[in-house]
Design a protein around this ligand. Structure first.
Ligand SMILES: [Zn+2]
Length: 170
């Protein structure tokens, strides 16, 4: 999500809500598959492997292209989807492709640590976004509220995803 905010700072014409969805899409796809009772033999193969992330990035940028004539924005949306997978390789253990190795540093396995890492990335992204604002608005209530709201969304996501994981046990 920090990448989403940084991307919005780089290119204001791409709506932030879209970038936030893009940045969490592989996790929601994962949760969706599991809630639908679809359990691949390799966890995350349908949502976090290279081909799956490429497909999600393609679908998201195609959806964006259908509503906006903005090639640079399209690339940015796709990059934000991919940034989620890159982040997961640092923090988790994810499949690469069918039959390929699982890679990841597994820096955390718990939502609390996920929250700490994500909050650090969000704050970094927010600082990039903040620099795109006029100087007199950088510490304004809307700018501060945005940071608070994004952190709250992250808390909500961590809670929902950990509950969903507990329910489905996959
Ligand atoms: Zn993920």
């Amino acid at each position: 999500m920090g990448f989403a905010l940084a991307a919005h700072g780089i290119r204001k014409s791409v709506p932030l809500w879209l970038l936030v969805i893009a940045s969490q899409l592989p996790d929601w796809t994962d949760a969706g598959f599991c809630l639908a009772g679809i359990r691949p033999s390799v966890p995350g193969i349908l949502s976090h492997s290279f081909p799956a992330v490429a497909l999600l990035a393609l679908v998201t940028s195609a959806a964006y292209a259908a509503t906006h004539r903005d090639p640079a924005g399209m690339v940015l949306v796709a990059a934000v989807v991919a940034s989620h997978a890159v982040g997961d390789y640092f923090t988790g253990l994810k499949p690469t492709w069918v039959g390929g190795p699982m890679i990841g540093l597994e820096l955390y396995k718990r939502p609390v640590l996920d929250f700490i890492v994500e909050t650090a990335v969000i704050t970094g992204g927010w600082l990039v976004y903040r620099r795109s604002l006029p100087e007199d608005r950088r510490s304004s209530p809307p700018a501060m509220t945005l940071l608070a709201v994004l952190i709250l969304i992250q808390i909500g996501t961590d809670i929902v995803l950990s509950v969903a994981t507990g329910m489905r046990k996959c």
